[in-house]
Design a protein around this ligand. Structure first.
Ligand code: DGL
Length: 298
């Protein structure tokens, strides 16, 4: 176990009982999980909104991308990472990944949490995004740009229907975008074609769209390019601020969980890939020097 995590745990486990699962009931950092680097765009907004808390970021970079993988595989990988974050002391984990939220969140909440530890919580990014975007459209026509996995899951249209049955969601899978971003090629002219093509497909499929959700945590890095291929007046919505405000609201509404989140304003980064690769690529997403630690999962 990395030393910093041992320290976090040992500080907090003094006189803290173990729950039936063997997991500690001690307060701990908030866990932010993504398949790779995309969740850093969410983490940044969460830390701006809620700077006092401690955070652990886990990127499953060794097994990214999740966007093209099956339900079973995304569920297995996500559960392994969430379990690892529980072992590291997190009482609350946010899946800052749409693909994991779409394919794994519900099963983890309904089947795994009751066994692992019914007191812990795992939250996703789709529900808060849908709640916010559902109030923004004037035409009731919304576009979704997301990974193939998120689009195939139908999670966004299904969640939108729960809040407003009149809204029509048209989705476009963008399988090339995450690899372009992860390889720092997203601002190249080579990327222009793929962004143009997917944006055109979406607008051709429904020209009434007035609001577009970026349903992948990587896509804020392409926001300017996406907008350059859209007609004037179409709103493009990134999730970071929405998820951060939703988490703040959740902590207010759930004081029993809020007291289980430690507050020393720290943030630690963990990756399942090489530390060097994470640190250099993470700077594409965050304008700061990041030192990660390697962690084995699964
Ligand atoms: N960051 C993930 C999401 O929001 C996509 C990356 C991947 O395909 O692993 O959906």
């Amino acid at each position: 176990m990395p030393e910093q995590i041992q320290n976090i745990q040992s500080e907090n486990t003094v006189n803290s009982p173990l729950r039936a699962s063997g997991l500690s009931a001690a307060p701990g950092p908030i866990g932010i999980f993504d398949s790779g680097y995309g969740g850093l765009t969410i983490l940044e907004k969460i830390r701006t909104e809620l700077p006092a808390y401690d955070y652990i970021y886990l990127g499953d970079n060794a097994r990214t991308p999740y966007g093209t993988r099956s339900f079973d595989v995304v569920y297995k990988y996500t559960l392994e990472c969430v379990t690892r974050m529980f072992e590291m002391g997190c009482q609350l984990v946010v899946l800052a990944c749409n693909t994991a939220s779409a394919k794994a969140l519900r099963t983890i909440q309904q089947h795994d949490l009751p066994v692992l530890d019914p007191h812990r919580r795992v939250l996703g990014v789709i529900r808060p995004t849908v709640e916010a975007v559902g109030t923004m459209t004037l035409t009731n026509h919304i576009g979704l740009l997301a990974t193939t996995g998120t689009v195939q899951s139908d999670s966004y249209p299904l969640e939108i229907q729960k809040i407003n049955n009149d809204i029509i969601v048209t989705s476009e899978a963008c399988p090339m975008w995450v690899p372009l971003i992860e390889n720092n090629e997203h601002l190249s002219t080579g990327a222009d074609y793929f962004v143009w093509k997917n944006v055109k497909n979406l607008m051709d499929a429904d020209p009434m769209i007035d609001t577009i959700m970026l349903g992948c945590t990587h896509y804020p890095l392409l926001e300017d390019k996406i907008k350059s291929y859209l007609p004037e007046g179409i709103r493009v919505v990134s999730q970071g601020d929405i998820v951060a405000k939703s988490l703040a609201d959740y902590l207010v509404r759930h004081p029993e969980m809020e007291t289980l989140c430690t507050k020393n304003a720290s943030c630690k980064y963990f990756t399942t890939e090489s530390v060097e690769k994470f640190s250099s690529s993470a700077s594409i997403f965050l304008n700061e020097e990041i030192r990660a630690e390697h962690i084995a999962v699964g």
